[in-house]
Write a protein that binds this ligand. Structure first.
Ligand code: UFG
Length: 333
């Protein structure tokens, strides 16, 4: 029997890939998205309902109309810098929106939630790689809002038998291997799409934020994880809740467990785009505030407990998929 899954934020980067994966594996997908950062054309693998988590009437109607087996919640504002200058927006959308969702889920006895969390809940790393026992001391409002929801979900598990899995992503990247979906952020702030935009001519150059970090080549190290690998972890987590193999409030870190420096990413991208005779102009700039030198996940818990295995774990494949998408966007393909 098909499961009916609500994907909140399903017209965004990660949500749209999730919808495709679930729709292709015998699930019925309903997408709720306010299209503030998502795109109608990315929501092609489920019925799209345009609406906001602030709209409690819409939520009530949605849950009256559909009987959901589970919910995956991606809808959030996620720009670290903006979260520091406009925290009200982040508390309102990320916390109060989520509370509205939880209220309607509880009222309708839908008790399985996968929640999109982040490495930003950990703050400055105290050791590396970062496992689930690492202290959570976020250093920006974005990370704080995600950690607050993690705590809310723990309380809901204790009080209401509400089941949830919080997945803390490290650096989500790449694109649909079949070329149908990819990243469309505006503004774009992430390293790989920015370098690719410099290669495609969408922007002039990429600036490396700091070359004086305590790493081998002086640039920051991050854990880049392919979007489809992220999505497969969500699918496994959802399955384990729906089939009642797991319950309570669970948390897993998701990354490849291997770090790459900004310079290493640049080297790989430059080699890939050179095949299309494209080049990247690279500038060196100051450090960006709030960037830790190294952020790498220990994702063994997800591997052991969910049976998750990332399959696109080499950087070149990630970059090739993202480049194919960028070329399509700029009509270079
Ligand atoms: N970088 C540059 N130049 C750029 C953009 C980024 O050198 O123009 C560097 C950053 O300094 C960082 C690395 O590339 O060292 C990766 O930066 P991203 O902005 O792509 O990703 P972050 O590691 O900053 O952000 C990720 C997630 C966030 C999350 C954060 C947690 O995308 O959602 O990790 O720290 F909040």
């Amino acid at each position: 029997m098909k499961n009916k899954i609500l994907i909140v934020g399903g017209a965004g980067y990660i949500g749209s890939h999730m919808a495709k994966m679930l729709a292709n594996t015998n699930n019925e997908v309903i997408i709720l998205d306010n299209l503030s950062t998502g795109f109608r054309h990315l929501a092609k693998y489920g019925e799209l309902i345009v609406g906001d988590l602030a709209d409690t009437h819409l939520l009530e109607n949605l849950f009256n109309t559909h009987s959901f087996d589970g919910v995956i919640h991606f809808a959030a504002n996620s720009l670290v810098g903006e979260s520091m200058t406009n925290p009200a927006k982040y508390y309102r959308n990320n916390i109060s929106g989520t509370l509205n969702l939880l209220d309607v889920m509880l009222r309708h006895k839908v008790k399985n939630l996968i929640f999109s969390s982040t490495a930003a809940t950990f703050g400055e790393p105290e050791y590396s790689p970062i496992d689930e026992n690492h202290p959570q001391k976020p250093i920006n409002t974005y990370g704080t809002t995600k950690l607050m929801v993690e705590k809310i979900l723990q309380d809901y598990a204790d009080a209401y038998d509400f089941n949830s899995v919080c997945l803390r992503y490290f650096n989500a990247c790449g694109a649909d291997p079949e070329g149908e979906l990819g990243e469309c952020h505006d503004p774009e702030t992430h390293l790989i799409p920015l370098i690719l935009q410099a290669a495609s001519g969408k922007r002039e150059a990429i600036t490396v934020f700091g070359r004086d970090y305590p790493t081998d080549d002086g640039t920051c190290i991050r854990d880049y994880i392919h979007i489809n690998d992220l999505c497969s972890a969500h699918a496994l987590a959802l399955d384990s809740l729906i089939n009642q193999q797991k319950s309570g409030a669970l948390r897993y870190n998701l990354g490849n467990g291997a770090g790459f420096s900004v310079q290493q990413v640049l080297d790989v991208v430059q080699a890939v785009v050179a095949e299309d005779n494209c080049t990247v102009q690279v500038l060196s700039g100051e450090r960006r505030a709030g960037d830790p030198a190294v952020l790498v996940a220990d994702a063994q818990k997800a591997q052991k407990e969910l049976g998750w295995q990332p399959i696109f774990n080499d950087l070149e494949t990630i970059v090739r998929h993202a480049w194919a998408w960028e070329k399509q966007l700029r009509n270079l393909a």
